[in-house]
Design a protein around this ligand. Structure first.
Ligand code: C2E
Ligand code: MG
Ligand code: MG
Length: 703
């Protein structure tokens, strides 16, 4: 419990500052400690049980106020600090924020009233933080822990006395809504009347519930009217103080503006469901529609549907001979032609590359699906004029009908895939209807599994490394380790051809352990041979399956111990699917990895998530923008909005951003202009074996 008195520490070497500050902040219930050197300040911090607020001069005769602030923060992490600086500058503001100060003020004080208000707000914020801290100590759930702790000092604060309706709103609170504190009535309606009508009732009810003790805390995300006439998205959180009967007497809480995150989320949700080249639904949306269709089938009434999987037989030739732009045109034209073949209710989607899928909803018999397949083949066989040349393509189609055994969308898609594979094997330009005797897929999987087991024993895996470049300096900041399988007959096999199977069969664990050991050993050598500031890092991909296993931390810890490589030079790349699985073990492991000092990157960011809320919940340092977003950059007329939003989002959340798949100088230039921190891609270098990256580092390249 805090003592009755608020203790305020003032550290400044000028007598006059003490006089002015003492005058302004003296109030009953406050006790002010005046010291004039860093040494005395540190003594005072050590000897006082509780300090509620500190005002610290940045330049002290015997040291820096920033250091004093750090000492204070170590001992009293929730005590707000106001830094006093000689002049206002962006640097002062940044420095203050960097050490976690509540705010900074300039001397001489231009506006005494502002100082008084600032002190009051800071004390409020500190009290709230401490109150939250006490709650946190009681709460086990890690999500609540984070969100309350994050309701930090940049939020608006409010307090509502239930009996009278009288309310206090902090200056930041009113600034967030573009109004002056003095224009508020000091009543809870100041808030409630500004809430969007679709949200207002819900907020009232939630508050009432909390007052009545029917919820452990109050939290609501809603739209609120800014004085500029627009609605902002905010999250309000609060906690009641209760009387002996348990009824809430007062509720205090915070308000944070989450508009940027919300808008980014909406934009990205749309993009997440559509293919950027053809504007067709993408794989994610297709899966969703398939789930719906399956659900309808399960409900009986003889509902049946079919999936057609299409592969353009000559796409690669067009792409390689006429270029990407022509390839994209071919894909777009194909998309439009497919749409012509469909009825309302059917879905055409692009799965990636030259693969398309069609869902034919509600068909009577397989003959219906065959009719559509024939129509599609006819439609797509018409020549297409590209770059003054007539291009002809044929299409291979696999057809699968819904069966009672299907429980997941992947299963019917796999049937269609097996049928398409067969169509290609039979000489392309044809369709094949799946029948259950075609279990080639399963057989292939078994063969691959035993080949992988051998590969582990024979140590056939090698790591390639691709540089990650600091866009500011143009120099190599680190590398991503990418696995390859050096197959005795097939040559170098890319990861996508064996990692998914390894994940299914559990072989991913021994494989990942080999990768981690090898990558960290390589890292140790690089750190010794090429010291630089900041030191080189290596980024290793961790499969979602592995992340959910208990042994991971021990393995990594052991490797770091043996090699004596600092944990901060190792990064791990995880995928959204891993964190969305959200198993307790995944978050526990992430926290422990963070605890070791390892950095975490979110790989392929922007594809296939449904929510950004995990960004607040999990200790992620870096976002890697998926290369599908980068490939659209640098093309005339293309709009970098999504990349821009991700970079802004990262800035808001204090994360680094890496752009993946940079292939052209134009893309690099645009990313630099957008303030992206790091980049990776063929433009700098393809992934290379270890000896080649050593040579690369010796040349000290600069882009
Ligand atoms: P990722 O982690 O997103 O890795 C980036 C992929 O993009 C790499 O493919 C890289 O070669 C490719 N790439 C880089 N720059 C460009 C570019 O400018 N243009 C294009 N078109 N591609 C570029 P790669 O090596 O085939 O790896 C594919 C995926 O396999 C990786 O995606 C990662 O998810 C997975 N993977 C690779 N190594 C491992 C590993 O050791 N463990 C696990 N669990 N997964 C791995
Ligand atoms: Mg990666
Ligand atoms: Mg990636």
């Amino acid at each position: 419990m805090t003592s009755e008195l608020d203790t305020i520490l003032v550290v400044d070497d000028e007598e006059v500052v003490h006089t002015v500050v003492g005058e302004v902040i003296a109030e009953p219930g406050r006790r002010v400690l005046h010291v004039s050197t860093a040494k005395d300040a540190i003594k005072a911090i050590a000897s006082h049980e509780d300090i509620d607020l500190a005002l610290i001069d940045k330049n002290l005769p015997d040291g820096s106020g920033v250091d004093v602030a750090r000492v204070l923060r170590d001992r009293h992490p929730n005590t707000p600090v106001i830094l006093m600086t000689g002049y206002a500058s962006l640097n002062s503001a940044i420095e203050a924020l960097r050490i976690g100060a509540y705010d900074y003020v300039t001397k001489p004080f231009e506006d005494i009233n502002r100082l008084a208000l600032e002190v009051r707000n800071a004390l409020d914020a500190g009290h709230l933080k401490k109150q939250q801290q006490r709650l946190l100590d009681d709460l086990k759930d890690s999500e609540r822990r984070y969100s309350l702790a994050a309701a930090g000092v940049n939020d608006g604060l409010w307090e509502w006395t239930v009996a009278t309706g009288g309310s206090y709103f902090s200056e930041r609170w009113s600034h967030m809504l573009g109004c002056e504190q003095s224009n508020l009535d000091g009543n809870i309606d100041d808030w409630l009347k500004r809430i969007h009508e679709d949200d207002a009732e819900r907020v009232r009810v939630a508050l009432q519930h909390h007052v009545e003790g029917r919820s452990s805390h109050f939290e609501d995300e809603h739209r609120i009217l800014h004085s500029d006439g627009t609605y902002r998205w905010v999250v309000a959180r609060g906690m009641a103080e209760r009387d002996a009967t348990g009824k809430g007497v007062r509720v205090a809480g915070s308000l944070s503006d989450v508009t940027v995150q919300r808008l980014a989320e909406q934009q990205m949700r749309h993009d997440a469901f559509h293919d950027a080249v053809t504007f067709l639904p993408n794989r994610v949306l297709l899966m969703d529609r398939l789930s719906l269709a399956l659900a309808r089938t399960r409900r009986g009434s003889g509902h049946q549907f079919a999936v057609l999987l299409l592969d353009l037989d000559r796409f690669k030739v067009v792409n390689d001979s006429l270029g990407h732009a022509a390839g994209d045109l071919l894909l777009t034209a194909t998309a439009r032609r497919l749409e012509k073949c469909l009825r309302a209710g059917d879905t055409a989607a692009r799965l990636g590359g030259d693969e398309f899928a069609i869902i034919l909803d509600d068909i009577a018999a397989v003959a219906d699906a065959v009719t559509v397949a024939e129509r599609v083949q006819l439609e797509l066989s018409a020549p297409l004029r590209l770059h003054h040349q007539d291009v002809y393509t044929t299409t291979s189609i696999g057809i699968a009908l819904s069966r009672p055994e299907h429980t997941r969308p992947e299963e019917i898609l796999r049937d269609a895939d097996v049928a398409m594979y067969r169509a290609k094997a039979l000489g392309k330009a044809r369709y094949v209807v799946f029948d259950p005797t075609m279990q080639t897929g399963a057989v292939k999987q078994l063969e691959l599994d035993s080949a992988l087991r051998q590969a582990i024993e024979r140590r056939e895996f090698v790591l390639y490394y691709q540089p990650i470049v600091a866009l500011g300096s143009g120099q190599i900041a680190g590398f991503e380790a990418l696995i390859r399988w050096q197959h005795p007959e097939r040559g170098l096999v890319p990861p996508m051809e064996f990692i998914p199977t390894a994940e299914d069969t559990g072989l991913i664990v021994p494989i990942s352990n080999l990768v981690l050991a090898e990558a960290v050993n390589q890292l140790r050598e690089l750190l010794e041979r090429f010291p630089q500031d900041p030191p080189l890092f290596i980024s290793v991909n961790v499969s979602s399956k592995h992340l959910g296993l208990p042994g991971l931390i021990g393995t990594i810890g052991q490797i770091l111990l043996e090699t004596r490589v600092p944990a901060s030079s190792l990064k791990l790349e995880i995928t959204e699917s891993a964190v969305l699985e959200d198993s307790a073990m995944v978050s526990l492991n992430l926290d422990k990895l963070k605890g070791l000092g390892i950095e975490l990157s979110m790989d392929d960011f922007g594809t296939g998530y449904s929510s950004l809320s995990y960004l607040h919940r999990l200790p992620i340092d870096t976002l890697k923008i998926d290369r599908s977003f980068i490939s659209n950059l640098g093309v005339d007329g293309e709009n970098p909005v999504i990349v821009h939003t991700i970079i802004t989002l990262a800035r808001v959340l204090g994360m680094e951003v890496v752009a993946e798949g940079i292939e052209t100088e134009a893309q690099l230039m645009q990313l630099r202009a957008l303030g992206c921190h790091q980049g990776q891609g063929y433009f700098f270098s393809k992934p290379r074996p270890a000896n080649e990256i050593v040579e690369m580092l010796e040349r000290r390249p600069r882009w």
